[in-house]
Design a protein around this ligand. Sequence first.
Ligand code: ACO
Length: 366
Amino acid sequence: MNNHHSSVIVGKASGSSRYDPVVHRPSVKVTGLGHYVPEKIVTNADLAELMDTNDEWIRTRTGICERRMADISQSTSDLAVEASKEALRSAGIGAQDIDLIVVSTITPDYYMPGIGVLIQDKLKAPPVMALDIRGQCAGFTWCLATADGYARLGGMKNILVVGADLQTRILDYSDAGRNTAVLFGDGAGALILRVDQDAQQLATVDNTVSGLIDHELGSDGSGCLSLYVKRPGMMAGKERFMTTQDMDERSTVPHMDGRQVFKHATLKMESLVRSLCKKHGITPDDIDVLIPHQANFRINEMVRGKLGLPHHKVVNVIDKYGNTTSATLPLCMAEAQKDGRLVRGKLVMTVAFGSGFSWGANLLRW
Ligand code: ACO
């Protein structure tokens, strides 16, 4: 392990009272965690009544046993608000203390506006910026990095970061949609990030100070058609945003080349972990808790095996919740906190890959 990060200078540029966002790097740490999943459980056997599938296929190919389904009375923003309220409670602050909202979803309540403003309104948060991020399954990693970046602008203490998705209303529960319908579930998770502009020390891999350390993000649009929902949208050649013909042609449900996504996910998730470790002079062994996106248990097992990590260091909740897209990482955090794996001082890495293709990893000291 090298020590080059322990010398990071914090606070304002010395010898100048002028605020310099390049030099100034505040401490940004997690002080609150919340999650929410709908009450209704949909088992593999339930799905087998709707389409040509079975429990054995779903379990062995994906690791999923059941998933949650939102009630018809709930919108995506309602799931997000429940998770946010729990995060606020656990941070010991109120909605009035929020200085920025950053949220990831691919299933917003409305096409316009985004979900951030709805969360803000329902929480009765102040009129701060409420930013939607479209990073698909990597969205929560992008949210954390975005919040970390905005924190450097100054003037904020508490940032609400949310990941929420309500997938069950977009899926095709007929035989034609079985390769995606069995994978996804509904849920939400949220973090409160506390920004300390005057911290004496920043989190690094070499100390036990809590805080975000670094991020690695990326995307490759040439993989777009490997997992996408074609309509509604402003596609060239289509006169209207959406037509009944789009519904008839199944253009409004997800289409996925599962094998392509699987292959890219395993390669990229492993390389992201290695790359962020290398940048900080550590090896995967030094990570205490690895929190991978929950798309397929086999993907996570392959990544774990290639990194040579023991089972107890890698968090999985896919058996209970399926793929909740933007919510998988905070749902894993909640699980790992409950079972005692995620405690202050632990070195944590998140890593995610999804539609886009898009990917991201965050390194943080819990
Ligand atoms: N039940 C039973 N059989 C099924 C089902 C089902 N639900 N779905 C597909 N099959 C059949 C197929 O029709 C095929 O049958 P055939 O051989 O007669 O043609 C057979 O099972 C094998 O299908 P494959 O798609 O080749 O199965 P595979 O082993 O690749 O598993 C899976 C499919 C689970 C989808 C896998 O490819 C995967 O997990 N891919 C990655 C998913 C992912 O990472 N998504 C990204 C995140 S999502 C996001 O970003 C929003």
